[in-house]
Design a protein around this ligand. Structure first.
Ligand code: G3P
Ligand code: CA
Length: 294
């Protein structure tokens, strides 16, 4: 799904909000289940906590997990030119490394020459504490090798054959039960659900539209959830103006509600008060501090 299509689907969702459609008062039965996703989940590290450590690196994931053993680790998956699954958000290496060019123009060996800590700074460029320290773009395999017990949320970004490459890595690490998979590309989600139907997934855009339409039309009682988590970007959460009552109704269907990416005390407090299950932040230590407040 292209960016304009993505925005279009969410715009439809938002327009449903603005249309003032009433929802019914009848609530569906609470879905309950055991397992990793039934445990408290609020604390989440977006890209491993990219404002505290170089994003999407083994350093970030391992430091976040060390500091917060129960933290949900979020990262992004795509393929190298030679078909290796790596953890990187952007489609180019420009912003996060000392290299330039599209990710799929690099072999894994070539990517490993790049410094993934090169641009990281916490003082607006006065210092670059991880520059030249051997921080590299990791493979998915390397990240799963250090994040051995955390719940993890990985987003399928791009790449022909990405799902086929990701599946055996998940199986090798026995990570299926503690894994959530997300993607803005419905075709990747469909392929993944077929390949590993028991792995929890986040709603893609069409699925989210169906859920939120049922919510706003008052049809949730006859709606059957298709995914484990509704993960909402902050800008759409603001536009959609979900209420605590609506979040509660979605949760009663057994769907976890996540908002991302929250990096200020005010917005964290706002969504905690609304009752979301999960928050992703680039600053996990700030999120942890805010969550610890009575
Ligand atoms: O699950 C939500 C998360 O993947 C969003 O992160 O930065 O890739 O849009 P981002
Ligand atoms: Ca992501």
């Amino acid at each position: 799904m292209k960016v304009h299509q993505r925005v279009g689907v969410w715009a439809m969702v938002v327009s449903l909000t603005l249309s003032g459609l009433a929802y019914g008062a009848e609530l569906s039965k609470t879905a309950s289940e055991a397992g990793p996703w039934s445990q408290p989940l609020l604390l989440g590290a977006h890209r491993g906590g990219g404002d505290e450590w170089p994003e999407n690196t083994v350093l970030a994931f391992s430091e976040a997990a060390k500091a917060f053993p129960s933290i949900l680790l979020e990262g992004d998956l795509q393929l190298t030119q030679d078909g290796e699954v790596i953890v990187l958000h952007d489609s180019t290496v420009d912003r996060t490394t000392n290299g330039k060019g599209p990710v799929n123009g690099f072999t894994l060996a070539a990517l490993k020459q790049l410094d993934a800590g090169y641009h990281f700074t916490t003082d607006n460029g006065a210092t670059f504490p991880y520059r030249g320290k051997g921080v590299t773009i990791p493979t998915f395999d390397e990240v799963l090798a250090v994040a051995t017990s955390n719940r993890i949320l990985f987003e399928l970004k791009d790449g022909e054959g990405l799902v086929e490459k990701v599946v055996p890595i998940i199986q090798k690490h026995g990570a299926a039960e503690r894994l959530l998979i997300a993607s803005f590309k419905p075709e990747l989600m469909a392929a993944f659900r077929t390949a590993l139907p028991d792995v929890a997934t986040c709603y893609d855009m069409p699925g989210a539209l169906a859920l939120l339409t049922a919510l706003r039309l008052g049809n949730l009682d006859t709606y059957t959830p298709t995914d484990k988590m509704l993960s909402i970007p902050k800008r759409y959460a603001v536009q959609f103006a979900l209420t605590a009552g609506e979040i509660g109704r979605v949760k009663e269907k057994g769907v976890l509600v996540q908002v991302h990416t929250l990096n200020t005390p005010e917005e964290i407090a706002h969504y905690v008060a609304l009752g979301v299950d999960s928050i992703l932040s680039d600053v996990p230590s700030l999120l942890a501090k805010e969550l610890a407040k009575p």
